[in-house]
Design a protein around this ligand. Sequence first.
Ligand SMILES: O=C(CO)[C@H](O)[C@H](O)COP(=O)(O)O
Ligand SMILES: [Co+2]
Length: 223
Amino acid sequence: MPDYKIAPSILAADFARLGEEVDNVLAAGADIVHFDVMDNHYVPNLTIGPMVCAALRKHGVTAEIDVHLMVSPVDGMINDFIKAGATYVTFHPEATHHIDRSLQIIKDAGCKAGLVFNPATPLHHMAHVMDKLDMVLLMSVNPGFGGQSFIPHTLEKLKEARKMIDESGYDIRLEVDGGVKVDNIRACAEAGADTFVAGSAIFGQPDYKAVIDEMRAELALVK
Ligand SMILES: O=C(CO)[C@H](O)[C@H](O)COP(=O)(O)O
Ligand SMILES: [Co+2]
């Protein structure tokens, strides 16, 4: 079985109690903290920045933090997030003029790097930079908001991305983000995803462990 990882999106957490929420979801069995950064420019919403990432590290969070940048421009934010304790920094190819350069800035700082593909963004943007990628993230909703419905076409795109990753020979995680729930996580895994972002599906329920356990039970059934 692949090394499946569940990455709750703190976009759906109670921001007034963020440290406690992250502690609780990790204690419930989550693997990675998914950290959505929105700038009211690249996407029509405004969320959290590097100070909040640093505050989580200061609070004692040692788990991997997967910083999903929905900002433009990209380059000026990268080092701030790396200094703040990011494990992964991922960005959208449309949000930067020079994809290779933005990836190289992340790699030069010793951080893991990833590209994020919106539902209508073709995967060819990664073709010539696969050696610099640790993560490929496919959006299964249009970015900007939590709580949206999963776009079914993502399953075909996950298969295409899985093929590109396997053929490249590089060790690249394939993450899916948006509307991921107990009832579609298995289909995402069968299409090739190994890392699953879920915001409202987890934080929208009172018992985080019950949801994460149900997700893992679905993943155990993957063919
Ligand atoms: O990047 C995002 C939105 O742009 C979020 O990570 C995503 O929407 C997660 O929330 P949910 O699981 O509720 O869809
Ligand atoms: Co996200």
